[in-house]
Design a protein around this ligand. Structure first.
Ligand code: GDP
Length: 612
């Protein structure tokens, strides 16, 4: 049904029917669903007061607004939801344990080790693994498969702990950004001779943002100059208060190289997990979990390490992992020993996949190979389509106010990167001093010296934060990632400018920057006096197009005579027209009487300026 809609634009209107759109869809996607011309939707949005291009990814609200205007019932579907629906169409539910509470059995905690560079993360992971190997006198060649499991005795019981053995928060955040929550608990390593350092607080930010409990390993206590108490004192500032100081956090003094305190650390992990988490899963269902590492092995083909989160994985199971599929040909543990089954929290290397899955992809066991292949193929097809569409728009300083109003945000989250630590600190201090009243807060969730990294962008994605770059630029592919994911990065070289903009955003005053784009020019050849309209300029269009209703200015001998005019009337011969192109003559009325032959009428529009 064609009917005039807003501002005279021809758009097919709906009668309330449901239109499903992927999160982050563009007006072009919308147009495709209703059989409209994308440009007409751009125009409708313009009349509704928003300037967006046809292919730009827009937020949920914009899609809803447009839907309401055109009388469609818009349902925005997130990628996670789409995958859930895909699986539902095969009668599979991902992410929930089957059965009720009685089906759940306690499972080991999954731990990631984080901390500042050189504080001993790798050595500590080695030490933990080594202690345990000696304890069970195992043979086998230790292999790095991305995670391993150890056993420790607590209160007379043998308890297992799974360690992700890629230390650092990069992998942690990258996974979290994809919605894959694998880590239950974080061990924060701080060297006792060095104390809290930038990456210590960075790691802390990541763990706290994810709401994951932290156990602190105060490492290198064997070293001269080690001051474990100072580490405890320093961390109280970040809300980690040691038990001996009346807080909740377990601090354990260790030496990774001397093997001191490792058992105590493992015990602290178990005690913290028992106190703060309810880690249970149903071991008696089809296995599901997350791929944590994968590579292509020359001899064995695609090899992926998966972490089982619920159910039990068996050799011979048909599985899908991201868009890879296959039948589990063999499973190996971290010692290279074959395993027949892997219960919850068990990491295993899986052989038999059709291709290499991505870290963070989910995996699940399905009833047969055919279903595995179908799901994988559908995921692959969807992935391809999604790559065309841009991802969802994140919080930007401009839309902060509406996000606050909509209750989507209470705080503006910032990540500050700068060229030297002095400037980062100064900027953070100054920003935190901005006071705009009770309702709006500002939190700095990450800070550091150096270029903006992929890791920073991932943190911004995971937390919907804005990145402030002070005299720094994105490194490697960080810029590309930010653009693809719609992360707002602001660059400043003057502290006051940064403060002003952030303050303006918090007060809801920051307006998008517009730049002028010239549309066309016309030379005045003759001036007519028209009753009731005033002077009309008989003109020849010299460049571009002259459009009715566009903004205009009058130029005489290179000097602007009057700005801020509008093309009020536009005629070719006796007919009203909306547009006249280069090389054609027309009559232009700009509501300004002092028009002379040889004047130039320039038309322009204001477009939102993409921020650098
Ligand atoms: P990462 O960057 O955090 O993974 O740190 P590494 O595990 O690579 O350790 C960095 C350096 O600190 C290495 O030279 C280690 O030998 C040393 N180191 C690690 N743990 C200890 C420790 O407990 N005591 C002493 N004295 N040195 C340690």
């Amino acid at each position: 049904m064609q009917a005039p809609s807003v501002g005279g634009v021809q758009v097919p209107r709906g009668n309330g029917q449901v239109i499903r759109l992927s999160r982050g869809a563009s007006l072009a996607d919308f147009a495709d669903k209703i059989g409209a011309n994308p440009a007409s939707l751009v125009q409708v949005m313009f009349h509704l007061g928003e300037m967006v291009t046809a292919t730009q990814s827009v937020n949920d609200e914009t899609l809803q607004l447009l839907g309401a205007e055109l009388n469609y019932n818009i349902q925005v579907v997130s990628p996670e939801e789409e995958d859930r629906e895909l699986l539902e169409s095969f009668d599979i539910e991902f992410g929930e344990d089957e059965g009720g509470d009685e089906a759940l059995v306690s499972r080991p905690p999954v731990v990631t080790v984080m901390g500042h560079v050189d504080h001993g993360k790798t050595k500590l992971l080695d030490a933990i693994r080594h202690t345990n190997l000696v304890a069970r006198e195992a043979g086998g060649i230790t292999q790095h498969i991305g995670a391993y499991q150890v056993t420790t005795e607590v209160d007379g019981d043998d308890r297992k702990i799974t360690f992700i053995d890629t230390p650092g928060h990069e992998a942690f955040t990258a996974m979290r950004a994809r919605g894959a929550e694998t880590t239950d608990l974080v061990v924060l390593v701080v060297a006792a001779d060095d104390g809290v350092k930038p990456q210590t607080t960075e790691a802390l930010n990541h763990a706290q943002a994810a709401g994951v409990p932290i156990v602190v390993a105060v490492n290198k206590v064997d070293k001269e100059g080690a001051d474990p108490q100072r580490v405890r004192a320093q961390l109280t500032e970040y809300g980690l208060v040691a038990e001996e100081f009346g807080g909740q956090t377990q601090f354990v003094d260790v030496s990774a190289t001397k093997g001191i305190g490792i058992d105590g650390l493992l015990e602290a992990v178990i005690l913290t997990a028992d106190a703060e988490l309810d880690l249970r899963a149903n071991p008696d269902q089809d296995a599901q979990g997350i791929a944590i590492e994968a590579h292509l092995d020359k001899g064995r083909g695609p090899v992926g390490t998966v972490l089982v989160q619920r159910g039990t994985l068996h050799v011979g199971d048909s599985i899908v992992c991201g868009d890879a599929f296959g039948r589990v040909r063999a499973m190996l543990d971290e010692n290279g020993d074959p395993v027949d089954e892997a219960p919850p929290s068990r990491p295993v290397q899986v052989l038999g996949l059709s291709s290499v899955p991505g870290a963070g992809d989910n995996f699940l066991v399905v009833s047969d190979d055919r279903m595995a292949r179908q799901i994988a193929e559908r995921r692959e097809a969807r992935e391809r389509t999604a790559q065309f569409a841009q991802r969802r728009r994140r919080v930007t300083l401009e839309d902060l106010e509406s996000a606050l109003k909509a209750g989507e945000r209470e705080d503006l989250l910032l990540i500050i990167k700068g060229d030297v630590s002095g400037s980062v600190e100064a900027l953070e201090d100054a920003l935190l001093k901005i006071d705009v009243g009770e309702e709006v807060g500002l939190r700095v969730i990450g800070r550091g010296v150096g270029a903006i990294t992929q890791d920073d962008v991932n943190l911004a994605i995971a937390s919907d934060a804005v990145i402030i770059g002070f005299n720094v630029r994105p490194a490697g592919r960080a810029g590309e990632l930010a653009q693809r994911e719609g992360v707002d990065i602001r660059y400043y070289s003057v502290i006051y400018q940064a403060i002003d903009e952030v303050e303006a955003a918090l007060k809801g005053m920051l307006k998008p920057e517009f730049e002028e784009v010239q549309l066309g020019t016309a030379e005045v050849r003759e001036v007519f006096r028209v009753p009731r309209i005033g002077n009309v300029a008989g003109s020849l269009v010299r460049s571009g197009t002259i459009n009715r209703n566009s903004k205009a200015r009058l130029i005489r001998d290179g000097v602007v005579i009057s700005d801020n005019l509008t093309v009020e009337s536009l005629r070719r011969f006796k007919d009203d027209v909306t547009e006249v192109r280069e090389g054609y003559e027309c009559g232009i009325g700009i509501g300004y009487n002092d028009v002379k032959v040889e004047d130039v009428i320039e038309t322009f529009e204001m477009r939102e300026k993409p921020r650098a």
